[in-house]
Design a protein around this ligand. Structure first.
Ligand SMILES: [Zn+2]
Ligand SMILES: [Zn+2]
Length: 258
């Protein structure tokens, strides 16, 4: 049996009436991670070392900022910027002399390098800096933490789907998935299901996904038709919140409430 810390949230999410149970799981992880970052993690040296080194992506800085815990956030930013700035200063001071030299001898050296078909050192420095900045931009403590637990959840979904008939039924009765998590399930199917179970799983998943994507599209369509004066008195059906739900179906959960 898989650990309960993963199976319980998975079963709960699949029993929730929603457009994507994996979004329910992901949103909860995100909320918890944001809260943890500004709370207990402040006192954990290992967490601080990690956030000093990696920092956060734009989306998660945004969520951290919305928490209105400015002192905690400022403390995290302060030490992260110290580390980030020190790394840049250190690599600049290592290259300063080379750059000065190339700046002075610029034209002659360029001709010489062109002759040798070799790039100037300043070009190498640009490339090294770009690699460093790209790495820094890709890293986010919260994204990485969420991705790690989501992978455990996906593993558990396939485990339960294979082993527990009642979960298979719950899975079949959900309203499908957002496009992003549909993709995650396809990747998971490739990774966790053997050839014995793959066709049956795909049959279920694709039926769910096609039916529910069509349902949501029809709900948006009815939303647009409700603006026609001839439909003024016709019932809304499920279409009143069709716009945010359709966006969720395409890209995952929105945070319209915040
Ligand atoms: Zn989703
Ligand atoms: Zn992030």
């Amino acid at each position: 049996m898989k650990e309960k810390i993963y199976t319980i949230p998975v079963t709960d999410a699949f029993n929730t009436d929603c457009e994507c149970p994996l979004c329910i799981l992901e949103k909860k992880l995100e909320d918890d991670a944001v809260e943890y970052t500004l709370g207990p993690s402040m006192m954990e040296p290992d967490s601080r070392i990690e956030s000093n080194r990696k920092g956060f992506c734009r989306k998660h800085f945004n969520l951290l900022y919305k928490q209105k815990n400015r002192l905690s956030l400022a403390l995290i930013i302060d030490t992260h910027m110290q580390e980030m700035n020190n790394a840049l200063s250190a690599s600049f001071s290592k290259k300063r002399d080379t750059l000065k030299q190339e700046a002075q001898t610029g034209r002659t050296k360029t001709l010489f390098h062109n002759f040798l078909n070799k790039s100037a050192e300043s070009t190498d420095i640009v490339n090294q800096l770009l690699n460093h900045m790209n790495d820094l931009e890709k890293q986010c403590v919260i994204c990485e933490k969420m991705a790690h637990t989501m992978e455990r959840y996906i593993d558990v979904i396939f485990y339960l789907w294979e082993k527990e008939e009642s979960f298979k039924e719950t899975f079949n009765n959900c309203k499908g998935f957002c496009v992003h998590h549909f993709q995650a399930l396809l990747e998971g199917a490739k990774k966790y299901l053997g050839q014995k179970h793959l066709p049956a799983f795909l049959l279920q998943l694709l039926t769910l996904q096609v039916d529910n994507l069509n349902r949501v599209q029809e709900e948006v369509n009815w939303f647009t038709k409700k603006f026609d004066y001839r439909n003024q008195d016709a019932p809304w059906g499920n279409s009143k919140d069709a716009v945010p739900r359709s966006i969720e179906k395409i890209v995952g959960y929105m945070r319209t409430e915040e």
